[in-house]
Design a protein around this ligand. Structure first.
Ligand code: MSP
Length: 669
């Protein structure tokens, strides 16, 4: 049988894992389990990305060496994967000798082949994104932030002559103009081959929309890739074997993990032709343009498929540590168990699209699908069999139309599940299977085993029918929970055990349980949960500021103003806004410059006189109240597109935030 190789991105050791990271890993584990269950030799790789500036800086701050830092922090991922029942075959760390040696050997080969050359490089460098950006990219991002056109000339002019401080398209942080001598990979030489490869192998980038995006990107001439960093600026990386005063650019190093992990034992190389890389849409270009051309230069066929999924959002923005709006998986696992977290993330959003996370939808989904549909079918079938059939798997009698219809649904639903798993569409696969779960519940309702049980005292046929109905409903549970073994492995083992099975059985026919075998009822597998547990109540991303004892009286006398009509008040548009970034004003100590999402296409830039009371970092992720229709005004040279509300008059004591979490852009009145 064809082997199957699935990978996750390797995660930055600096970040504490959140559900965005868990998502890719759960998806990969689910596919790996599914293919293993179907007998395909499977290899599932995950790991951590341990080089680069961010790791070096974080380690310095903590007084550790970068290696010590990585040794300590990579375990956060391993610990979470264990809690989430992730069964990987290998966990690669980019600081391991096997990886470093492989990367160095590849680099030497590329160098010897003339694929690498040295040249000066100038560009806009973003420390937070650890990369250079082109004039055009920085101008676009800066213009978006300032809400006006910014030209490349504006960026190069000094600030006091009307120039503009450019920002990083990724993080919004300022960029600096830097010139360095570096090593370059002749990526441009592979542009035509890359386009041909993608066009001839349309499945190699999925979903289709993402492939078109990459092909669109390739319509412009592809530059060469700066693949080194001078050690003087960044020491924490893999040294170039032919030029030891440089280290390897972190992406050039990281992408190679997918092949370096297959070197030993050599038998692992058989997996490469079947490689499927699951990645978030933000790292698609790295995985298709950089990685594919690197492999072409190394004489290795690109992976069979790169599948890009969407983002988990919170209040409509990407969940990320820098925004402070992340959901940690641990409290959810504590409250609901790993299987439910796995189920929810795969069920709620089509793989490829973005999804808004909320605890409320988590609870709803749990109760409707797992407690009501599947849990209920399992629990009532087993309970009735225990009470009325001596707790044994019953024999089936002759089939009725209803039984035949149920069998048809079972065949259709499982075929759909299979097809959608092949398409990497977990949501559609689960929905397909749920046709069967719902049909199972309907079948029990309409066949009414409780009335058959009453009638069987006088009617032997009713007794036989009772056995058949319960047997069929248990077969449905067996089929559903066997297919779900790849998504909810723990609950699946438990339910199969109650049905007397030691392993999943994917056969879609209603005749697989062993008649006479002991059944075990147990507690409901997915008990109804009426309310969110208290541990999940405090909305994670909106952490209330530390309480400050209020002054007994306001610091300044409050002047009396004439009364106004409601119409005057109604002229104001007040909206909630999520603070995305906050920085000190370059020219005024009193002012901070915020970028705030108020539910419009682009964030607003708001300049506020709160620098004496707030550190920029503590504001990021907070929801504030913004006067949205105030005319824009320049404050010390920077435009403010609105105003935030704060209490305390001239001596601001506190910004205003909503009492409960509300989405960014909500009207305030
Ligand atoms: N180290 C690189 C990957 C190198 S792979 C050769 C990296 N690491 S990461 O830790 O920042 O991100 C890893 C993955 O997590 C990416 O696929 C990214 O898209 C995913 N997610 C991070 N935040 C996410 C969401 N909010 N939602 C869904 N996935 C997101 O990039």
């Amino acid at each position: 049988m064809r082997p199957f190789y699935v990978t996750t991105p390797i995660y930055y050791v600096n970040d504490a894992p959140h559900i965005g990271h868990a998502y890719t890993t759960i998806a990969a584990d689910t596919l790996a389990r599914w293919h293993r269950m179907n007998g395909r030799p499977t290899f599932f790789l995950t790991g951590t990305d341990e080089h680069g500036q961010k790791v070096q800086r974080a380690a310095e701050k903590l007084g550790r060496t970068p290696q010590e830092h990585a040794d300590l922090t990579h375990t956060r991922y391993k610990a979470l994967w264990e809690r989430l029942d992730i069964r990987y075959d290998d966990f690669i760390r980019t600081t391991e000798p096997r990886h470093v040696q492989f990367v160095q050997a590849q680099l030497q080969k590329l160098h010897d082949q003339g694929e690498l050359y040295q040249a000066p490089y100038s560009g806009w460098y973003s420390t937070s994104a650890e990369r250079f950006w082109s004039d055009e990219e920085v101008a676009k991002a800066t213009g978006a932030l300032l809400k006006r056109e910014v030209t490349e000339k504006d960026l190069h002019k000094p600030l006091d002559q009307g120039g503009v401080a450019g920002v990083c398209p990724d993080s919004g942080a300022p960029v600096e103009w830097l010139t360095e001598h570096n090593w370059f990979f002749r990526m441009s030489a592979y542009q035509d081959r890359l386009i041909t490869h993608i066009t001839e192998n349309p499945a190699c980038i999925q979903p289709d929309s993402r492939r078109n995006e990459v092909l669109g990107y390739l319509r412009k001439p592809l530059g060469d890739l700066c693949m080194s960093r001078p050690k003087a600026r960044l020491a924490w990386g893999i040294p170039l074997p032919f030029s030891p005063e440089y280290v390897t650019y972190v992406w050039f190093d990281a992408l190679s993990n997918y092949v370096s992990a297959l070197q030993e034992p050599a038998s692992r190389l058989a997996f490469w032709p079947e490689a499927l890389h699951l990645v978030g849409k933000d790292i698609l270009t790295f995985h298709t343009v950089y990685w594919f051309t690197m492999l072409m230069a190394e004489g290795i066929t690109p992976p069979k498929q790169v599948y890009a999924h969407g983002w988990w959002l919170m209040h409509k923005v990407k969940m990320s540590k820098s925004l402070g709006n992340v959901i940690r998986p641990d409290p959810l696992i504590d409250a609901f168990g790993a299987d439910v977290v796995r189920y929810f993330l795969l069920r709620d959003v089509p793989f490829g699209g973005d999804g808004e996370f909320s605890y409320e939808s988590f609870l709803l989904r749990y109760n409707s699908d797992l407690a009501n549909d599947l849990g209920n079918l399992g629990h009532r079938s087993l309970s009735m069999a225990a009470q009325w059939l001596g707790g044994r798997v019953p024999d089936v009698g002759p089939a009725t139309d209803a039984d035949r219809e149920l069998a048809t649904v079972a065949a259709r639903a499982t075929a759909e599940f299979r097809a959608q798993m092949d398409n990497v569409q977990f949501k559609a696969a689960i929905e397909g299977l749920w046709e069967l779960v719902r049909a199972g519940n309907k079948y029990v309702d309409s066949e009414a085993p409780w009335s058959l049980n009453k009638r069987r005292v006088t009617d032997a046929a009713a007794g036989e029918r009772l056995a058949t109905v319960l047997r069929n409903s248990m077969e449905v549970v067996r089929i559903a929970i066997s297919h779900l073994a790849c998504i909810c492995p723990g609950k699946s083992v438990e339910m199969l055990d109650r049905l007397g099975l030691s392993a999943p059985d994917l056969t879609p026919t209603l005749d697989r349980l062993v008649a006479g075998h002991d059944l075990r009822v147990g507690d409901p597998l997915f008990p109804r949960i009426a309310e969110l547990p208290e541990s999940l109540m405090p909305a994670d991303p909106i952490v209330p500021a530390a309480p400050v004892a209020p002054a007994a009286t306001p610091a300044e006398p409050v002047p009396a103003l004439p009364q106004i009509e409601y119409g005057d008040f109604a002229k104001l548009q007040l909206r909630t806004g999520l603070v995305l970034t906050a920085e000190k004003h370059p020219k005024a100590d009193r002012l901070l410059v915020l970028s705030v999402d108020i539910g419009e296409e682009k964030p607003r830039q708001i300049v506020a006189g709160i620098a004496a009371v707030y550190d920029p970092a503590e504001l990021v992720g907070k929801t504030i109240i913004v006067v949205a229709n105030l005319k824009p005004a320049k404050l010390r040279g920077i435009e403010s597109q609105g105003m935030l509300l704060a209490a305390g008059g001239a001596d601001i004591a506190s910004i205003l935030t909503p009492y409960r979490p509300v989405p960014a852009g909500s009207i305030v009145k």
